[in-house]
Design a protein around this ligand. Structure first.
Ligand SMILES: O=C(O)CCC(=O)C(=O)O
Ligand SMILES: [Fe+2]
Length: 284
């Protein structure tokens, strides 16, 4: 029997929908082969589509950032997830920012801190020129990525975060915990990777651009340690279980510079946060 080497419009839409849902490449290819597509054609088509979808930043429309409908569904005063009702406390439209309360229960915050404590390393950032991890003085915290493999608590929290952010779980990087002691800070930065910097090419291949961030505060900080948005004069005070959400890439691949933010120095006490960065595609 002849194998198909062209795709109908219907299958074309199915391919995009499968990638949107975060389906695995091999599963998409297997479904196409089962529907009598030529295996080599199926593999090539899926790979090409993924590559196209991961490059909108390079082809971003010029001009000022255009705000569309936010990805997060926070028009109501609460966001109901499968296992928890999260309260919306504040929303900004340009840039898209939301402050949410009751995202994690106090015991969940304590458990995440306990999981991270043993794995903390001095925080590093990617060098924009070489792409290497480097420990830099603008980020004087310690951090750890928490892999959720086999951990029911992390799996549950990642599922809840995906529902809040309205994104597939598979688009999220592993939860990243940061610990700041007195004086430690994270100077203002963007969470997206500027595609003009060659050092970011490798990380951009691992699921494309970052599109949105959720920072969950795991403890109350005695003094300072706010998350600041210097272009807005906005400062969010950490509180256990609260989170700040922001998004910074639109459908045209434009990057929102107004999302510049940082962690102000802690004046008293300590600060723990868990950050979820979400990519355009499946993060590998
Ligand atoms: O600690 C904060 O308030 C900011 C953390 C942050 O910017 C990040 O994790 O990307
Ligand atoms: Fe950040």
């Amino acid at each position: 029997m002849n194998k198909y080497t062209r795709m109908s419009e219907e299958w074309d839409r199915w391919l995009d929908a499968s990638l949107d849902k975060g389906c695995r490449t091999q599963d998409i290819v297997a479904a196409m082969v089962a529907a009598h597509y030529d295996p080599a054609y199926a593999e090539r088509t899926v790979a090409e589509r993924q590559a196209q979808r991961l490059q909108p930043a390079a082809a971003a429309k010029p001009g000022p950032y255009r705000y569309g409908t936010p990805t997060i569904r926070h028009r109501d005063n609460v966001i109901e997830t499968s296992d928890r009702v999260v309260r919306v406390t504040m929303r900004i439209e340009q840039p898209v920012i939301a402050v949410l309360d009751d995202v994690f229960a106090p015991e969940e915050c304590d458990a995440v801190i306990a999981l991270a404590r043993a794995r903390l390393q001095p925080s590093a950032t990617l060098s924009p020129t070489t792409g290497e991890n480097q420990v830099r003085e603008h980020r004087t915290s310690e951090g750890a990525f928490l892999d959720d493999a086999g951990d029911p608590l992390l799996k549950r929290l990642n599922g809840r975060i995906a529902e809040i952010m309205n994104q597939p779980v598979a688009h999220g990087e592993a939860l990243h915990v940061l610990h700041y002691q007195v004086g430690a800070e994270y100077k203002p930065h963007h969470d997206y990777f500027d595609p003009a910097n060659p050092g970011f090419a490798a990380t951009l291949k691992r699921g494309g651009q970052r599109v949105a961030t959720l920072i969950v505060y795991l403890n109350d900080v005695e003094e300072a340690g706010d998350t600041i948005f210097p272009k807005l004069g906005l400062s969010i005070v950490p509180k256990q279980g609260r989170a700040v959400y922001f998004e910074y890439v639109n459908g045209d691949g434009q990057l929102d510079e107004a999302s510049l933010h940082g962690g102000a120095p802690v004046a008293r006490g300590e600060k723990w946060v868990a950050t979820k960065w979400v990519r355009q595609g499946v993060f590998r």
